[in-house]
Design a binder for this molecule. Sequence first.
Ligand code: PLP
Length: 401
Amino acid sequence: MHSVDGAIVPGTRRRGYNHIVSLIYLDNNSTTRVAPEVVAAMSPFWERQYGNPSSIHRAGQAARHAIEMAREQVAELIGAKSREIVFTSGGTEADNLAILGTLAAYPTKRHIITTSVEHVAVHSLCERLAGEGYRVSWLKVDEKGHLSLDQLEAELCDETALVSVMYANNETGVIFPIEKIAAVCGERGVPFHVDAVQVAGKLPIDVTRLGANLLSFSAHKIHGPKGAGALYVGRRTRLRNQLVGGHQERDLRPGTENVPAIVGFGEAAHLACERLKTDGWGRVAALRDELERGILAAVPFARVIGDASCRVPNTTNIAFEALEAEAILIALSELDVCASSGSACSSGSLEPSHVLKAMGIDERAAHGSIRFSLSTESTEEECRAAVEIVRRVVSRLAALQ
Ligand code: PLP
């Protein structure tokens, strides 16, 4: 069984932070366990190879070399050239750089098109930009989570500076038709940004076929460290730096590089590439389907949110009508099952997520929706145990209604 043995986690049943537990970890869209190979790859860059990559001496050049190796590994994950990869502090920063950097590169254009279901890294930024005078068109989605290409075409105009659409939704896993959107944007000559944080490493990506100008990634979603990410900036894409300082990352992201994290990201990307060559994700999809079937069979009022036939392989979002997601999550956590409601960033709030609202999911279902997200480390035993624990928790909470 994959468990977080030896992990030091905040206790719920037991007080304190220092007891050892086994977790059934089904919250991999929030973050993933750092792979041991990644830890091993990073370690020398704290202890021995601590040079500044901008320094001319040997220690600095060793760090520079390690960063350039990592750049190649990350580029390979998406079929890009290494010079098209800009390292950032994570997915949020990559999204911000893509959007703000494009707007700054096209100062006379004041129109942005995005969807109503983006991660807050894009959603909240676009809301702020709307408050600052930009016109933002929010593409609608239907109850399955799909958007309309007709609406996209109707919204595009000469004023449009950028289209930003996520590859797959972090809450439901539903995949958007990125190649088709790229074709529409390409025809109109409008830059296209894709938040690919939830797809990189789970599905093969080839930027040469995809046709997008900018793609965001995050290391900690692919068994890499937190605090590292990247923005793919395709050739001839205009982008202005948002931080001002040194010349790192071709001036696009100044500041001394986080060498250990970047090295870890590179190793994680390499492992992800290798995993994509095996049927690891096919097994995950089968496990996810089994988990879903088990829960639906055990809980008559449960239903799947989003188009089950068009999702990333590891995600299912299940609504337990009339129950509160927070209550379910706390009870699951007491029994050592980790899941989440909506995006991790919005959990803790009683408001249903903007994603489920935009999908038109009714309030009773939206309030009781739980996301289970697996990884290639998830096991059959874990999923079977999780079904039984969910059944117990949900029937106990339903009896209290
Ligand atoms: N975009 C999506 C779709 C995400 O799921 C996340 C994280 O959950 C992010 C962006 C933000 O990435 P990071 O946590 O690396 O800032």
